[in-house]
Design a protein around this ligand. Sequence first.
Ligand code: DGL
Length: 213
Amino acid sequence: MNNTTKQRPIGVFDSGVGGLTNVRALMERLPMENIVYFGDTARVPYGVKSRATIETFTAQIVDFLLQNEVKALVIACNTIAAVAGQKVRSAAGNMPVLDVITAGAEAALQTTRNGHIGIIATSTTVNSNAYARAIHSRNPDARVQSQACPLLVPLVEEGWLDHEVTRLTAREYLKPLLADDIDTLVLGCTHYPLLKPLLREEAPGVTLVDSAL
Ligand code: DGL
């Protein structure tokens, strides 16, 4: 890699502010790198939109980042990775593309002791089955139970990170996963790490896996 390539930024993108949890992790590990972040706060949430809409919005974001001469792309949105990951890789050509679903699936398998992994994510991510596929392609014996949590992103965007409404909502979503004896919970949406303290209290004894780690 020559100097000019070295100085080119890494492009990180998400449907909103959630992907900043990935930016923080990148800055800690790669402090010398420049980063261009695109959060589509004008059109968030993506998790309830159709595949076609998400693909169109994603293509626009990738075009913008390519115009900014990025040298690598990080899809810091599980929903985008789930439904448009392939499209991003085609548009990027030879450029490296990393995504949070691959990272989250690998981290969950390294973490679980009893092989029961819970996933919480947006409806689009859960319906795509992308996490279960990523986990089962690495370990077919793992048991994966997914729960769509469509109300959590609006609550995070509202800043209600430690609010009774958020707590009761999370408690309701977690019930079937805890009943299934999961020992590992993947925060399959980049907004959810902001709810970590609350989720830790609502899922005692369960290890939280944050794909931004
Ligand atoms: N941050 C996105 C994700 O990781 C979800 C937010 C949204 O619905 O746009 O899935």
